[in-house]
Each structure stands twice: as C-alpha cells, then as structure tokens.
Design a protein around this ligand. Structure first.
Ligand code: GLV
Length: 320
C-alpha cells in the first residue's frame, strides 16, 4: 500500500503526478485559499506525510491530531510556521526548500532596494495619474545606490547572493551575523561589524535572517533611532523581525527615509495597515521566490523531500 499524504494547496500538475506515482494523494483543491484549519486537523489524522506551505501553522495542537505522521515537507526555505521542537520530540521529520530560491530571492531583494531608493512605484503613479507637469530640479529625487553602504543582517546563502549583486554597484558591504563568515569576507570583501555599527553606518539595511525567538522584533524604536535619517530598510525575510508600529513611527518622524517590505507580521496585510498609507513604503505580497522556474523547483524539491521521508529514508533537506 502506498503511503498516504495530504497537500495543503493545489499544486502544478507535474508535481502532483510525481507524488501520485509514490503516494496515495489527497489535496486541498484551491489555489488562492489556504486550507481551513478544521479540514487540516481532520486530514492530518491518518496521513504519513504532509506537504504544506508557509501559510499553515503546524503547531503542537495540529501535530497532536496526527497519528502516523513521519514528515512535514514545507515548500519554503523558512520554517518558522512549524513547531520544530515538538515535531522532533515526536520523531516527525521536517524539511524545507533551500538553495533553489537563493538567486531569485536575492534578485527580488535588490529590485526592492532599487525601487524604494528611487521611489519607482510612487513616481510611476505620478505619470499614470496625469500629475507629471514638468522636469524639475529636485522633483522625484531619491537616494543613490551606486557606491552606498549596504548593511546585510544575516549572512546566509541569500545574504551572500545579495552581496554579489551589491558588488556590481560598487557598494561598501557590511554584515552582521551570529557567527563571523571569514571565507565570505575573503571571497566577497564584505566587512563584519557589530549590530549597532551596521545600523548607524548603513545607507541600506537588508534583513536576511531567519525568523526565530531571537530575531522577533529585532528592529524596534531603539534600532531605528540609531539609523541614518536617509537610511532605507528592506525586509524580504519575515514580517515579525520588524516591529511594524515602531517602523511606522520612525518613518513619520523621519528617523529613517523609507522602507521596502515584501513581508508583514500578518499576511495578507490588511489594506488599512498604517504602513500602506505612507508614500515612502513600497509593499509587495511576499514574492521573494516568485519566479516560475524557482517556484516549480521549490515544489519539486518539497515533493522529493516528502517521498523520501514517507519511505523512511533521510530526505535531502531535513532541518531537525
Ligand atoms: C519564503 O518566504 C520562503 O521562506 O521560502
């Protein structure tokens, strides 16, 4: 008998076909609506494997429903949506999808940095709304990227890929990480600094760190007060790393210049969220890894992890 799995969102056909070759598959058939919690609680009861997205909260009470679960395969590199500690205690493997999304996410991060620095969304609206009157010396001016100082918080794979892009813009690159990365320093010419120095010296600060208990609200009012008034914050990691209320206050008090946000504490973000009312905030719907090729690769990698896990083998991307 094939192992039973549940997939929490409609996936591209080729991925479902692959999974069906190896597993008895049940899937939530909607693409734009996450599976309701009560259905997930019911479905998880007798499956061997769960294929899920970052939109599902895989907490203790959900895992307690599962009687035979061997593996939770998350189609994301981040896995803060899963209670890893409890899954480990229960002997349930957890996997993610690293590497395949590194370059795509670094591309988006740099694009968001450029968009925010040069106010591209805001000034594009000026043209569309018929508000473009004339060329004027200081109208629509932003911040320079070429030669500026970039501070990267979290020098993992995506941080490194971002540093490579920044080198092409002759940026002075600082980084802060739990541990120093001497090899990366030698390879890319990036400089390790303490967190406070990174905050006060950077023109752009990009958050590239995982979301954990230690990084929750890492950016609050104290951190914004240390930043330059011309500084730009870019977050393509997880919303909860930034205290959104403190960010809003820092932006309206002009303690910092702008923010580019691909992620929010609660997603999808409420359209009444105060940050969305500010013209110096560029907001995106969590699209860091959203290229067609990368999303397919993530989907396939998550499927491979799942098949290995339900078959009792060690999946390639086990995180616990
Ligand atoms: C997306 O945010 C991911 O973690 O893959």
């Amino acid at each position: 008998m094939k192992p039973k799995i549940y997939i929490t969102r409609k996936l591209p056909e080729e991925i479902v076909n692959y999974l069906q070759e190896h597993c008895d598959v049940k899937m939530w058939e909607k693409e734009d609506v996450p599976v309701p919690r009560n259905i997930l609680e019911r479905e998880i009861k007798d499956v061997d494997g769960l294929y899920c997205l970052l939109t599902e909260n895989i907490d203790k009470s959900l895992l307690d429903q599962a009687k035979h679960l061997k593996i939770v395969s998350n189609m994301a590199v981040g896995y803060n949506n899963i209670d890893i500690k409890y899954a480990s205690e229960r002997g349930i493997k957890v996997t993610n999808t690293p590497e395949v999304l590194t370059e795509t996410t670094a591309d988006l991060t740099f694009a968001l940095l450029m968009t925010t620095a040069r106010r591209l969304v805001e000034v594009s609206e000026v043209v569309r709304n018929g508000e473009w009157k004339t060329w004027s010396p200081m109208a629509y001016t932003g911040q320079d990227i070429y030669g500026a100082t970039l501070g990267i918080v979290g020098m993992g794979r995506i941080g490194e890929a971002l540093a490579k892009r920044a080198k092409g813009f002759d940026m002075n690159i600082l980084y802060y990480n739990r541990s120093r990365k001497i090899e990366t320093e030698n390879k890319l010419g990036v400089k390790y600094v303490d967190f406070e120095s990174l905050l006060s010296e950077s023109d752009f600060i990009c958050i590239m760190t995982p979301y954990t208990h230690e990084t929750r609200n890492l950016f609050g009012s104290r951190e914004f007060s240390l930043m330059k008034p011309t500084a730009i914050l870019i977050n393509t990691a997880r919303g909860g790393i930034v205290n959104e209320e403190a960010l809003y206050q820092a932006l309206i008090a002009k303690e910092i210049w702008a923010a580019g946000l691909d992620v929010f504490e609660n997603e999808p973000v409420d359209t009444n969220h105060p940050l969305l009312k500010l013209s110096n905030v560029v907001s995106l719907p969590h699209v860091g890894s959203a290229s067609i090729k990368t999303r397919i690769e993530m989907g396939i990698l998550a499927a491979t992890n799942l098949v290995e896990g339900v078959s009792g083998r060690v999946p390639p991307n086990q995180v616990n």
